[in-house]
Design a protein around this ligand. Structure first.
Ligand code: VGL
Ligand code: ZN
Length: 213
């Protein structure tokens, strides 16, 4: 079995490991907390670690509660295309938006907050859902000569998948460490996300293939 050891040109991106996506959170991902020990174990192998946080204002466009007559998990059309509606979650500064208390990434160097514009959602750590507004992550990684990102966290079929596909779009090698992710899986979204990721050249591995841990 091939084992790869991350070097200085690799970064680990820990996506949205927040209370809101853990059991008891406002948008709980089934078994979402199970990613935490896996990520903590992988972290020492990485010289560069980026954390993302879903960080919405009250009344965010992605909240079902912002649209009369709509329910969570309905899909609507907004200015930039289809938008799945969610329960209110990860409101800026709330406990729900805080990183999971057991996430242990003391060497992480950057926290990217996303989804903070009321009218635009952002699943991806690179670019908001309008496919126009950058978060700054591409420039940060390029300036630091990082060419490969390993993606872990929540949720596989939304923020992890969009981050991985955008990594490819902006020229990075992208590897999703599957057992360090968990998905929401609504309306076939897991199968669809994996096939889309595969089509963009995202690599899918398990954590036992990471050396140096
Ligand atoms: C996410 C739905 C809404 C995620 C964030 O982190 O995958 N999913 N906001
Ligand atoms: Zn969100």
């Amino acid at each position: 079995m091939k084992v790869s050891t991350p070097d200085t040109r690799c970064a680990l991106i820990a996506v949205d490991v927040q209370n809101g996506f853990a059991p008891g959170g406002n948008l709980a991902v089934p078994n979402g907390d199970e990613v935490v020990p896996v990520i903590n174990r992988l972290a020492p192998a990485f010289r560069n670690i980026v954390i993302t946080q879903d960080w919405h204002p009250a009344g965010h466009v992605s909240f079902a509660s912002s649209h009369a007559g709509k329910q969570p998990f309905d899909t609507i059309e907004v200015a930039y295309g289809p938008q799945v509606l969610w329960p209110d979650h990860c409101i800026q500064g709330s406990e729900d938006a805080a990183l999971h208390a057991d996430l242990d990434l003391p060497t992480a160097q950057l926290v990217i907050r996303k989804g903070y514009r009321r009218e635009i959602d952002s699943y991806s750590a690179f670019e908001e859902a309008d496919h126009r507004t950058g978060t700054g992550l591409t420039g940060y990684l390029r300036e630091r000569d990082i060419d490969t990102v390993y993606i872990v966290g929540l949720a596989t079929d939304y923020c992890v998948a969009w981050t991985a596909m955008d990594a490819r779009k902006f020229g990075f090698a992208a590897v999703v460490i599957e057992d360090a992710t968990r998905g929401i899986d609504i309306q076939g979204s897991m199968t669809l996300a994996w096939s889309r990721m595969q089509a963009c050249g995202v690599e899918r591995i398990t954590s036992n293939r990471i050396g140096g841990v």
